[in-house]
Design a protein around this ligand. Structure first.
Ligand SMILES: Nc1nc2c(c(=O)[nH]1)N[C@H]1C(S)=C(S)[C@@H](COP(=O)(O)O)O[C@H]1N2
Ligand SMILES: [Mo]
Length: 246
């Protein structure tokens, strides 16, 4: 996967240089080679590494609704609300060599990605929002995920109907450049209804994969023994697919 990402980046740089090569009449052979390269790069870009569409600011929805848990009342969450999330912690653990406990300040000080994307909920609504946070890959690299790991579990603070919400993705989605740990929506700290203070954005996946109220990130070799073993709250309860790629 790392190699493919490198090839896509190298391909993009090379394609960007193509017009210049043609303009300067560098020779048809060189141009043909570039075109063949472009076709190869295009195949890579339509793979699972492809980016979800990003939108201009003008496309941002005036209101980003909340869905599922919108105001958790269980456990420590209400206390965190009264503390304005000053003591929130995110654990990164499981099959890693270097487990991390991160504060919101730690997370805000990492390099950030901002992306304006469309959220699609299977219940039949969509909304466009601008999300900001570090790429999950940064956290996973800092924690040094072990070779046996195949999935990343997202632990959440909220309970729905008495059970903790959770989700999971494979490493392909975990390391996707648009998979971020978001702490801002439309330039402001996340509203409670949208998962304050931290939520996942996994832009190549449907809405229910984007875990809100994030407390833990765990690398595992198998989904067995986690929840009912189907990889997520709705996967365990309804016929929601574990792989919800879009
Ligand atoms: N922790 C947690 N994450 C969650 C949910 C939830 O109920 N709890 N609902 C999911 C569903 S079905 C959707 S569509 C989105 C909704 O995100 P929003 O509330 O920001 O619109 O969050 C997803 N992540
Ligand atoms: Mo959803």
């Amino acid at each position: 996967m790392k190699r493919r990402n490198f090839l896509v980046a190298a391909g993009a740089a090379f394609v960007a240089g193509c017009n210049k090569v043609a303009d300067s009449d560098f020779g048809q052979g060189m141009f043909d080679a570039a075109e063949r390269w472009h076709k190869g790069a295009h195949r890579l870009l339509t793979s699972r590494d492809a980016l979800a569409p990003e939108y201009p600011r003008s496309a941002v929805s005036p209101y980003f609704r909340g869905n599922g848990s919108v105001d958790p009342k269980n456990g420590d969450y209400p206390r965190h609300v009264t503390e304005s999330f000053a003591n929130w912690q995110l654990e990164v653990g499981g099959l890693v060599d270097n487990p991390l406990t991160l504060t919101l300040d730690n997370i805000r000080k990492l390099p950030q990605r901002t992306q304006i994307t469309r959220h699609d909920c299977v219940e039949g609504w969509s909304a466009i929002g601008e999300w900001t946070g570090p790429q999950l890959s940064l956290l996973l690299d800092a924690a040094r995920v072990q070779d046996q790991a195949r999935f990343i579990i997202f632990r959440c603070a909220d309970e729905l109907g008495g059970s903790a919400y959770y989700e999971s993705v494979d490493l392909e989605d975990a390391y996707h450049p648009q998979t971020i740990v978001a702490h801002r929506l439309n330039g402001d700290p996340l509203p409670i209804k949208n998962g304050a203070p931290l939520r996942m954005r996994i832009e190549r996946q449907l809405g229910y994969k984007h875990a809100k109220y994030l407390t833990g990130i765990e690398a595992v070799a198998s989904l067995d023994g986690i929840g009912d073993g189907k990889g997520g709250y709705w996967e365990d309860r309804a016929d929601y697919q574990w792989y919800a790629g879009i």
